[in-house]
Every structure is written in C-alpha cells, then in structure tokens.
Ligand binder design. Structure first.
Ligand code: SAH
Length: 220
C-alpha cells in the first residue's frame, strides 16, 4: 500500500504514458510536456481516487469544482509561453495542480481561489509538497492589483467576457489566456498587451470549464 504522499516508479511510468498521449493530441512545447511529466498529479486527488489521476480527464475535487483535464492544462500552459522569470497570475487555484505545473516553468507564481474551503485545502497540500506559490483567497476576476503587473495571466474558469481588471494588470508585452463563452462552451483566447493602450486577440479551440464567479465573471 502506498501512502498518499508517495510518488513511485509506477506513477512515473503512468506520467510518461500520459505525456505521450498529450504529444499525440498535439501538445508540442517540450518544456510544457516535461512539466506535466514531473508534477505528480495523483497527489492532487483524495486518497481513494488516485487511480484516476493519469487518465486524460477532468475530475471532481469537491465544492462542485474540478481539476482540469491534463490536455487542457497543457494546452493553456503552452499558449501562455511562460519564460523563466515571468510573474504569472493564475485565477482559479482549485486543486493546485495547474499552479504546480506553472512552478516548473517559473518560480514567480501567484494564484487566487474564490472558494475558501478549496483555498485552505490546497494551501495545506502545496505546503506539504514544498511548493512555494503565492496563494490568495478572493475574487480573482478582479485580478491581484497589489501584486501587478504580471507577465502572464491564466484564467482556469469560463468567463462571460474578458475581465477588464486582468487586462489592466498585464505588463506591456504580456499575455492573458482565458476561456470565454456561455455556460455550455467557451473559446480559448489569448490577448497580448501590445502597448499601454493596444491589445491583440487570438481565438483558439472550444472547451468546457466551470464558471468564473465574481464581479468580472458570472457574479456570486
Ligand atoms: N486550475 C485548477 C482547476 C480549477 S477549476 C486546478 O488545476 O485544479 C476552476 C476554479 O476556479 C474553481 O476552484 C473555482 O472555485 C475557481 N473560481 C471560480 N471563480 C473564481 C474567481 N472569481 N476567482 C478565483 N477563483 C475562482
């Protein structure tokens, strides 16, 4: 029997297989693939559910929320084009898995979670894993003005529109990756801040996320 915090040879094998699956599905960035090959996704699941961790599927994490599918995590991370010293803000900490994938790419990761129960659980989990992200509890649709500007902002919940606060907190040259749409499906978007006043926008594939709540999202 393995204890909940162990990463075994078997888990590493399952991750290698998952990474090959992501490669087949079109993920190209080797640094992103290496990050997903490193972070022990099973440690972000409750003990009885760890067998599901290396399937390319989303999974419930309690409080009506989910840990995103590995493909979605890889896809968003690839679009974000994280550089080694980037300051990255993630909206929707959830299980903390995406946050740890980002930490493989830069040490400067800020992540904000709206749900206090998930926030507290994940804060403890990351401490137990010795992962040093800056975690906050609050409405991430307003960003994190006291720590802005950010080089990259990643939203891991579906938004009705692009929250203005997140655009304002981007550094010039920085990028926001966010799924935007209705409650059934969202288009992945990447917005680059070209100058103080100008933003360019690209639209990518369709996904289905849990809703972004809060003032810049779907409300309470
Ligand atoms: N990135 C997560 C998946 C998150 S699911 C992971 O790797 O596990 C989306 C998360 O966004 C949920 O935990 C939800 O509670 C959170 N969320 C929704 N609206 C939010 C808001 N306005 N600010 C911060 N977090 C929010």
């Amino acid at each position: 029997m393995s204890t909940p915090l162990t990463d075994t040879y078997r888990h590493r094998g399952l991750r290698r297989t998952l990474v090959e699956e992501l490669r087949r599905k079109g993920i190209r960035d080797e640094r992103v693939l290496a990050a997903l090959g490193t972070v022990p996704r099973h440690l972000f699941f409750e003990a009885g559910f760890q067998v599901h961790a290396y399937q390319d599927k989303a999974f419930p994490i309690g409080e009506g929320q989910t840990i995103s599918q590995p493909y979605t995590v890889a896809y968003q991370t690839e679009l974000l084009r994280v550089q080694a010293q980037d300051r990255v803000l993630e909206i929707g900490t959830g299980s903390g898995y995406q946050c740890c994938v980002l930490l493989e790419l830069t040490p400067h990761v800020f992540s904000i979670e709206y749900n206090a129960v998930l926030f507290e659980r994940t804060r403890r989990r990351l401490a137990g894993l010795h992962r040093a992200a800056h975690l906050f509890c609050g409405d991430g649709s307003l960003g994190l003005p006291q720590h802005a500007p950010f080089d990259k902002v990643l939203v891991t919940a579906g938004a009705p529109v692009i929250p203005r606060a997140l655009l304002r907190q981007l550094r010039v040259g920085g990028a926001l990756v966010i799924p935007v749409g209705d409650e059934h499906s969202q288009r992945m978007m990447r917005v680059v801040r070209e100058s103080e006043e100008e933003f360019s926008r690209e639209v990518f594939d369709e996904f289905r996320f849990v809703p972004l709540l809060g003032k810049g999202g779907w409300g309470e």
